[in-house]
Design a protein around this ligand. Structure first.
Ligand code: FAD
Length: 307
């Protein structure tokens, strides 16, 4: 078994990720302590070396400093908390070292010279285990893990960040007004490849108008057919929505689509195929041809809502 050396990044009050790297037997743990705090306290979690970086720097300089520290110590695991700052800084460092960055980590094991990392993947719909043989960056909320107490002596060193030119904003442009913010919509009528022609989408637009809903869509509608702009695209690689009502019309319900809308309060599915996977993930399902059902529903709602 190769003895691993890990670097955990965090503040003095946020030491949870030490618990993650402790899952590796015999691991040597170093800590990059950000801000102020008594680094000697880290000894009670088995940390043997603490680098204290009191100066705040931007993401680019942090990445540069981190890469220097990793190269000097040859860490195989670098565990970092989750924040906007780390998502940029750590991604830059990982890219510089050509190392993988795995986010939302839930478990870590070592077998021989292989690290097995389990994380929430596929839009949080599956636990995925990746096997890595070289350096790997892991990102997770520190509160997810509880370090085991085991006293060691800590040697402490102040780390001066390497300040390099950061990301420069070259120009800014205001977003055009009136653009769809599907993430904020309370009611969504969403369309998929069950619609045969672009002009047929008017059936969904009419229904959305009566309901006062925004229009969503599956990936093929925005990305392949380009019938709607990407502002409407719901899913793993599109927008995440959580409306009160999500009405999916002619969408099969593949996991990548579900990943974007599973937090909707009420889900209604209209699909002509009774075996469409979406029916396993909805509150109300209508097995019917959309070309028959949608105009009838719009008509009925118009009568009820007097629109
Ligand atoms: C890495 C990756 C990321 C992805 N990200 C996304 C994403 O973010 N969002 C996304 O949506 N997809 C995503 N996909 C694609 C996804 O896997 C599916 O291919 C896609 O969601 C299918 O779109 P669809 O349901 O509109 O089309 P289809 O799967 O073709 O389904 C069409 C449905 O319409 C029904 N239908 C046909 N005719 C009628 C009718 N007359 N009346 C009623 N129903 C009818 C059919 O029964 C069928 O269920 C991703 C894929 C990959 C690999």
């Amino acid at each position: 078994m190769v003895m691993a050396r890990a670097l955990v990044i965090g503040s003095i009050n946020d030491v949870g990720l030490v618990g993650l790297v402790q899952k590796i037997e015999g691991v040597e743990i170093h800590y990059l302590l950000l801000g102020t705090g008594d680094a000697s306290q880290l000894g009670k979690y088995g940390v043997t070396k603490a680098y204290v970086m009191g100066t705040q720097v931007d993401e680019t300089s942090f990445a540069e400093t981190l890469v220097g520290l990793i190269n000097a110590n040859n860490y195989s695991i670098i565990a970092t908390p989750v924040s906007k700052f780390f998502k940029t800084a750590v991604a830059v460092a990982a890219q510089k070292l050509s190392a993988p960055l795995i986010v939302d980590v839930i478990d870590l094991k070592q077998s021989g010279n292989i690290f097995e990392i389990t994380y929430n993947g596929i839009g949080n719909r599956a636990q995925v285990t990746a096997k890595v043989t070289d350096k790997v960056f892991l990102m997770a909320p520190p509160t997810r893990f509880k370090p085991v107490e085991k006293t060691t002596a800590v040697s402490t060193e102040t780390l001066q960040p390497k300040v390099v030119p950061g990301i420069k904003v070259v120009s800014t442009e205001e977003k055009p007004k009136g653009k769809v913010r599907i993430e904020d919509a309370e009611l969504i009528v969403s369309v998929g490849r069950g619609f045969k022609k672009q002009e047929d989408l008017k059936l969904a637009f009419e229904l959305a108008e009566v309901l006062g809903a925004e229009i969503g869509c599956s990936r093929p509608i925005a990305a392949d057919l380009k019938w709607l702009s990407e502002d409407h695209w719901v899913g793993l690689s599109g927008h995440k929505v959580r409306p009160k009502l999500y009405m999916a019309i002619g969408i099969s319900g593949q996991p990548q689509h579900l990943a974007g809308m599973m937090e909707s309060k009420t889900v209604v599915v209209i699909n002509s195929d009774p075996n469409a996977p979406f029916f396993k993930n909805c509150d109300y399902g209508v097995v019917e041809d959309l070309y028959k059902f949608v105009p009838a529903l719009t008509k009925k709602l118009r009568e009820i809502l007097k629109k």
